[in-house]
Design a protein around this ligand. Sequence first.
Ligand SMILES: [Fe+2]
Ligand SMILES: [Fe+2]
Length: 274
Amino acid sequence: MALTLAEMAVEVLTCGDALQKVSLGRAHAAAWLASRAAGVPLAVGRAEPPLQPARPAAPELLDPRDVPRRKPGSLAGRQAMLHAVAHIELNAVDLHWDIIARFCDQPMPLGFYDDWVRAADDECRHFLMLCDCLAAMGSHYGALPAHAGMWRAAEDTMGDLQARLAVVPMVLEARGLDVTPGMIALFQGAGEAGAVAALQVIYAEEVSHVAYGSKWFNWLCGREGTDPKEVFHDLVRRYFHGSLKPPFNEEKRADAGLPPDFYWPLVEARGQGG
Ligand SMILES: [Fe+2]
Ligand SMILES: [Fe+2]
C-alpha cells in the first residue's frame, strides 16, 4: 500500500537526521506531485503529527539571547548568518509538512496540498544549497548553536489553520522577503558568489510561499464569509508574539498578495524610533 500524504508528512516530521529528512521530503513531494500529474492522486488520509519535529543532535538549540553574535563583516559572521538561514530552512521543511498533517481533518481542495508540498520541496533544496555554501566556507550545519524558539509559531497555532496561515507564511516568511536583499548585498560585498546565488534563488522562491499563505487564507475567509483584513489583524494580534517591524519589502509583499493595509496596522507605534 502506498503511503497517504499525511503519513508521508509524519515520516518527514519524525526523521531526526537533517539530510535524511530532506531526502525523504523530496522523494515524498515527487511521489505526490507525480500522482497528481497522472490524474490518480494519492489519498490525503489522516495521521497524527508529533507535537515537535525530530531534530539532529547538532546544532545545539539555545535561547536566542544566548546565541553568540559575530561581526557580520567577518568570515565567522558570514558563516553564522548562513548557518542561521540553514536552520530556518530546515525548520520550514517541518512547518510545511506539519500544516499538511496537522489540519488533514479539515476538508481542503487538493490544490492546498500541492502548494505546501511544493513549498516543502523548495525548503529542502534551500537547505541543501546552504549546506553547500557552508561547506565551501569551511563550515557545516550543526557547527554552531542555533535558535531554539523556531517551533513556537507552530505550537501556538496548532489548533487553528487560519492562524497558522496568518502567522507562518504571511508574517514570518514575509519577514524573510524584507531582510533577504540586505543579506544578498552583504555577501556581494564579500565577493561570495556562491552564497549570493543561493540567496537569490531563495529570495525568488519565498515569494510563492507567502503567496500560498495569502491565497488559502483568503480562500478560507471567502468560505466563511469573513473580512480577510479584519481576521488577519485579529489572528496575528492573538497568536503572534511581537509586533511587525518596518521597513517592509512592499513590492515583493504585493507580488505575494499581501497588501499594505494588512501589515502596517500591526506595527507597534511605541516601537518606532526606539
Ligand atoms: Fe526557504
Ligand atoms: Fe519558505
